[in-house]
Design a protein around this ligand. Structure first.
Ligand SMILES: Cc1cc2nc3c(=O)[nH]c(=O)nc-3n(C[C@H](O)[C@H](O)[C@H](O)COP(=O)(O)OP(=O)(O)OC[C@H]3O[C@@H](n4cnc5c(N)ncnc54)[C@H](O)[C@@H]3O)c2cc1C
Length: 428
């Protein structure tokens, strides 16, 4: 039997919090109790604000306890793409902020004493072809010289020293990316937010907002709240309570499979350095060892928009065996999915609309970004100068012919799969 719940929930399942009265008045209402909402709530509560955080599911049951736990703080567009779109100053500021956000995550985990198996393992990115290997080698140079990040190219002849596969045409290792246990991390954040005085209401949906008395009246499933500020941290789970947002963020299913425990010898052969892994294919996969290094957790786009058919699990199993042929037919114990949120320019952002603040669009890299953006958004509400951020953008534009249901994704998925197949056939 393959469990459809996250492997991470074995050690840290989401908790159904005891029901507390919804208070009719508070300083800030936060929608969503994932990393974004909890980080904002913690920052605001520690600054003495009266905060209520609402989640329609059990807190963390969105992406924050389902993800791969790879603490990358990725920016999807390349540096040159960002320069072309936003100018060199903004592109530099975004890269510097990603570096600061990664470092701040490690400091935060240490300072809060969160037991979440965080380890700065480094990350290997595998090149799908020779020209992408050249690009990765250039990226490694730029990371070292511009940002002072330890990074180096790994030619194919040396690849097996990092990852037990000949699948890639070499790759790049950078030292500033690590991994954590996402559900334990979320649990630590939840405890910190509650201890600091933030009130978290699980299984209580926010149904709508209305400007009132210079602030907002928020309608929830269990009563109305008058508040000065609203912060929305719903990311890939935005629903019809905010139709405006739903037309701007595309929820994309991402799926992870977990292998059954593998022998020590096999794990040492396949993942000798225990690094986090990604690759340059268009429909790329991300993978890692479990924190105890007994299993491989292997993730990629799910490709569906409804139901839970078996084929995405089979397709991930095939992709895993393409990279590690010795894992052909390996037992899979867990296969689960969650939603990531993409916006049109693929840059995480903090923005406002009619006085309401939003932090979202992490494009599958929210372990670093969501906590950071939640904290920044909270500082902005507090008018604290630390709230200044390169992620401050105008709201993402609405996506034509889209009202929250990503009907076009199966076609996009098929197109990217085809391009990767052609690329691989050419590579021979
Ligand atoms: C399978 C998978 C793998 C991933 N792997 C990685 C990875 O390795 N590294 C990485 O950096 N990122 C990864 N991510 C992305 C990362 O998990 C997210 O970016 C991050 O968790 C977003 O946090 P969040 O708090 O903004 O949103 P979420 O954790 O998704 O929380 C949003 C919450 O809003 C709630 N909500 C929505 N509407 C309402 C409403 N009306 N009222 C009340 N509550 C509402 C939802 O119930 C949900 O709990 C992955 C995501 C998935 C799904």
């Amino acid at each position: 039997m393959v469990a459809s719940t996250p492997f991470w929930w074995e050690a840290a399942p989401p908790v159904a919090l005891p029901s507390r009265d919804v208070l009719p008045r508070c300083d800030v209402v936060i929608v969503g109790a994932g990393y974004t909402g909890l980080s904002a709530g913690l920052t605001l509560a520690r600054a003495g604000r009266h905060v209520q955080i609402f989640d329609k599911l059990r807190p963390g049951e969105g992406a924050s306890t389902r993800n791969g736990g790879i603490a990358s703080g990725n920016l999807r567009p390349s540096y040159s793409q960002m320069v072309a779109k936003f100018g060199a100053d903004r592109a530099d500021a975004l890269q510097l902020e990603a570096k600061a956000a990664r470092e701040d995550l490690a400091d935060f985990i240490r300072a809060e004493g969160i037991d979440c198996d965080f380890q700065l393992t480094g990350r290997f990115t595998g090149a799908a072809n020779a020209s992408e290997y050249d690009g990765l080698a250039r990226d490694a140079d730029a990371l070292r010289t511009k940002l002072g990040i330890e990074a180096h190219a790994v030619p194919r002849s040396e690849q097996r020293g990092v990852l037990g596969t000949d699948f890639y045409c070499g790759g790049m290792v950078r030292a500033d990316i690590g991994g954590l246990h996402p559900a334990k991390f979320h649990r630590g954040m939840l405890e910190a937010a509650e201890k600091s005085g933030g009130i978290v209401h699980g299984q209580t949906a926010v149904l709508g907002f209305m400007p009132k008395n210079g602030g907002f009246e928020v309608e929830t499933q269990r009563g109305r709240v008058q508040t000065d500020h609203v912060l929305v941290g719903t990311n890939g789970y935005a629903d019809s309570s905010d139709r405006w947002l739903r037309r701007r963020l595309v929820p994309v299913r991402s799926r992870i499979i977990a292998t059954a425990p593998l022998s020590n010898n096999l794990m040492s052969e396949l993942m000798p350095k225990g690094v986090m892994c990604s690759e340059t294919r268009k429909l790329h996969y991300y993978y890692r060892p479990s924190p105890d290094r007994t299993r491989i957790l292997f993730g990629g786009r799910d490709g569906t928009i409804a139901g839970e058919p078996a084929w995405p699990t089979d397709s991930l199993k095939r992709a895993l065996a393409d990279i590690f042929p010795v894992l052909e037919g390996v037992d899979i114990t867990h296969s689960w999915y969650g939603n990531v949120a993409m916006n049109r320019d693929m840059i995480p952002r903090i923005f406002s609309r009619d006085g309401m603040r939003y932090a979202s669009g992490y494009c599958g890299s929210g372990v670093v970004w969501a906590r950071w953006a939640g904290q920044k958004a909270a500082w902005q509400i507090l008018a604290d100068e630390r709230g200044t951020s390169a992620l401050d953008f105008r709201p993402p534009p609405a996506i034509p012919l889209f009202n929250g249901k990503p009907w076009f994704l199966p076609a996009v998925f098929a197109w990217l799969t085809l391009q990767d197949r052609i690329g691989r056939a050419r590579r021979g």
